[in-house]
Design a protein. Sequence first.
Length: 240
Amino acid sequence: MNFLSRSELLIGTEGLVKLKKSHILVIGLGGVGSYAAEALTRAGVGEMTIIDGDHVVQSNINRQLQALHSTINQSKSYLMAQRLMDINPELILHEINQFLKPDDIESILDHPYSFVLDCIDSVTPKLSIIKRCKQNKLKFISSMGAGGKMNPDLIKIVDISETKDCYFSREIRKRLRKDHYNYGIKVVYSNEVVAKDKMELTHDSQYKKSYYGTISYMPAMFGLTMASYVIKKLISHPKS
């Protein structure tokens, strides 16, 4: 019995084969991306590329899978790579330890990935990722903001044109409209209204000007919701 025997019982041998043949790109390995990448690996995805140029800091420990007191100051992508390979030593894994700037996105996304998961929380790079995925006709899903939210019942997967009561989604949607990207963009988001007193400004990021307070489970649930969507799309016809 291998580690995928329970998965095979649920989705069948054909489903496992489809997952093994897939190549997934996960951009961002914070609270959302780390859980998404691990869930996909545990499901049996055969090839994965992970991207993050950040290092673990103490404030990451409340929500990021690879963040521990023992891993502070270590590379998030390196730690995640070690963890994923320990889950599935046969995984074909490509680790890219760098901050993804808009100029890098064209070359990164010039590949026929089975699916792209955009798990970053900075507006400018996220816009570039979404537009490039659309241009290259890549299957993808993008995470909106999990910060400031506590109710998992309000997490949804919708087209970005259907989002409401989410400042981050509104900002992304507004900027995409300027380039005539109005729909056809799947996102995971929550319409839980966020209080402004849960936000602080930041001065140490080129693309991120503020951040909200976060709780342990919400980014994880965003990431797991993304993984569930991707898995179901990849296997197409799961076993009843």
